[in-house]
Ligand binder design. Structure first.
Ligand code: ADP
Ligand code: MG
Length: 472
């Protein structure tokens, strides 16, 4: 009894929090730079609890990949520093939303004398990423105006003031703000912060009676870049402070650049006078990338990665086309898809084929995957082999029915995430062993029968593209 109490007390007193940087370094040494760069680097530390820790990764795919391959080693590494930890949990958070870890990692912070910098560790959020520059921002009709305005601002302060850039997630807003920051910090004091972080610092400063420092800090800058201003909604006291900072900066001729996910007048729960100040400068939107831009991004990113890794990796035209057609929502996802393919090919020493690509990119292809239903597969396979659906679902075992049935089962297994029993149910309550048998039979046939391969490919394309063709 006494003992446990003592231990508890001890562990409360000791500031033996895990240092995630050390764990990361250790994992890099243990598992190799390759695996580290491709996967483990993406893990961010979120929080530590009594006996488990919460980590964040940007996607489900990465989580699954990591848990299926490296979880044991990660846990082992962690336990070598802290025995109490018996389990790891993952949370999926997009990279840009992770702000906590910026406090612990300092070695990468790009500190330049011209960037305002306060020694308190909690203020080390003024991070400008050297990898997000104007020269690697790829333009198309959807983002050209935003790019040009940003570029102009970086050349000629107060050309447009404030500059307000808005658009959906992953379309390049942060990239542009960062590029402006990188350019301007050469000769100016630059402050680059997300609205969330601004809020966090604001509250923290109030609590610690540090408002004077906070005010000085922000009002002292030549360039204020505020990312994702929509997150400032509803926080009255902070908006008040922001409004004053904003005015003070404009008065002294500082440049302000703001990004948001929507137009100023659509911002909810933000004071009218702030919105109207935003509208008073230049307001520009970034649209979703069109197919040309998506193609260009895939091409450029592949080139970039090839330079980075020296070995030439060629993503086939088929795959490039597939990515550019299927991943339409954001540039982040397009870039992410290319990274994955390259990472996959470096680990397995081959470029994934179309089916493998679908597995690798599954989480990014959610929408198109949902369009693929068992019913659609059955319908198209029946049409292809010129049999009726009743025949396909019947128990008759004539050869001309068995192959199409097995093909449909195989395609369902490959193109949907349905389990074997689920598939069995949809094929007139067949047993899951029958389903396995069908899948195996087709796989074997594919190995020796080119016609089979050809048919499967034709069918796959019909199934995957049937909906988008309907829409045109
Ligand atoms: P947002 O802030 O709009 O959510 P980001 O600026 O964070 O989007 O962009 C997401 C990812 O996509 C980043 O890795 C960024 O570098 C990349 N990206 C976005 N737009 C472009 C572009 N036009 N050219 C090159 N990379 C881009
Ligand atoms: Mg952003």
């Amino acid at each position: 009894m006494n003992n446990t109490f003592k231990n508890k007390e001890l562990s409360l007193q000791k500031s033996d929090k895990l240092d995630w940087n050390i764990i990361q370094t250790e994992m890099k040494n243990k598992l190799g730079i390759e695996i580290y760069e491709s996967w483990l680097k993406k893990i961010n530390f979120v929080e530590e609890f009594n006996n488990y820790i919460l980590l964040a990764v940007p996607t489900r795919f990465i989580r699954d990949w990591i848990t299926s391959r490296y979880l044991d080693q990660i846990l082992q590494t962690i336990r070598s520093y802290k025995k109490e930890i018996i389990r790891i949990e993952f949370k999926i958070i997009e990279q840009d939303n992770i702000t906590n870890n910026t406090e612990t990692k300092t070695e990468k912070t790009d500190i330049n004398e011209n960037i305002s910098f306060i020694k308190d560790s909690y203020l080390q959020y003024n991070r400008i990423d050297p990898n997000k520059r104007f020269d690697n921002f790829i333009t198309g009709s959807s983002n050209k105006l935003a790019y040009e305005a940003s570029f102009k601002v970086s050349e000629n302060i107060s050309h447009y003031n404030p500059l307000y850039i808005y658009g959906g997630v992953g379309l390049g807003k942060t990239h542009l703000l960062n590029s402006i920051g990188l350019e301007l910090k050469k000769n100016n004091k630059v402050m680059f912060i997300s609205a969330e972080r601004f809020m966090y610092q604001f509250v923290k400063s109030i609590k610690s009676n540090d408002m004077v420092k906070f005010k000085e800090y922000f009002r002292n800058t030549d360039i204020l870049l505020i990312d994702d201003i929509q997150f400032m909604n509803g926080k009255e006291a902070m908006q008040e402070e922001f409004f004053h900072t904003f005015n003070a900066l404009l008065d002294k001729g500082s440049q302000i650049i703001v990004s948001a996910d929507r137009a100023p007048n659509k911002l909810s729960r933000i004071q009218e006078r702030i919105k109207s100040r935003f509208s008073g400068g230049l307001v520009i939107d970034i649209q979703k990338p069109d197919i040309q831009l998506r193609r260009k991004i895939i091409e450029k990113k592949t080139e970039e990665l090839n330079i980075l890794y020296t070995g030439q990796i060629k993503i086939s035209d088929e795959i490039q086309e597939f990515i550019s057609k299927e991943i339409t929502n954001s540039i982040r996802e397009v870039v992410g898809a290319v990274n994955r393919i390259i990472s996959f090919s470096r680990i397995y020493n081959k470029i994934p084929n179309l089916t493998e690509t679908k597995v690798v990119l599954k989480d990014l292809l959610n929408l198109s995957e949902n369009k693929v239903t068992i019913d659609l597969i059955q319908t198209l396979v029946c049409k292809f082999f010129k049999i009726s659906k009743n025949e396909m679902l019947s128990s008759r075992r004539s050869r001309y029915l068995v192959r199409p049935r097995q093909t449909a089962i195989y395609l369902t297994k490959v193109l949907t995430s349905k389990s074997l029993p689920e598939i069995g149910r949809e094929f007139s309550n067949r047993d899951h062993t029958t389903i396995i048998h069908s899948v195996k039979t087709i796989e074997k046939l594919k190995e020796k029968d080119p016609e089979m391969v050809d048919n499967i490919n034709k069918l796959k394309n019909q199934i995957l593209y049937s909906n988008s063709q309907d829409e045109i």
